[in-house]
Design a protein. Structure first.
Length: 113
């Protein structure tokens, strides 16, 4: 269980969101969404089928844009949930592209109530 609520994560840009923000600044959200879809379709069952695999693909997609020329990491661990990083519309875009039901999304990381 996280020591933060969902709202604390979003407002404080915790659990890796500040690094995600850097990737968005660098390449834009659409590039990250498209890379997420590409990774998921290329390896559709790495972490099971459905949203769990999207979580994996999303994490790898945005982190890829944070690597420097020496392929060194962005510098942090993360436990980002899609619904903390993405808008409802962005999640729906992924759902539509991957044939998922957004109503079946369950966050991967528990948050404090």
């Amino acid at each position: 269980m996280s020591k933060y609520t969902k709202e604390e994560v979003i407002q404080g840009r915790k659990c890796g969101l500040k690094y995600f923000d850097k990737a968005v600044e660098k390449v834009g959200i659409q590039a990250i969404l498209e890379k997420t879809v590409s990774f998921s379709k290329g390896s559709p069952d790495t972490w099971g089928r459905g949203w769990s695999n999207i979580d994996w693909a999303f994490g790898n997609a945005w982190r890829e844009f944070c690597l420097n020329k020496n392929r060194e990491s962005y510098g942090g661990m993360d436990s980002i949930n899609l619904n903390e990083a993405l808008s409802q519309e962005q999640m729906q875009y992924i759902a539509d592209q991957c044939g998922l039901d957004i109503q079946q999304y369950v966050p991967s990381h528990d948050r404090k109530s």
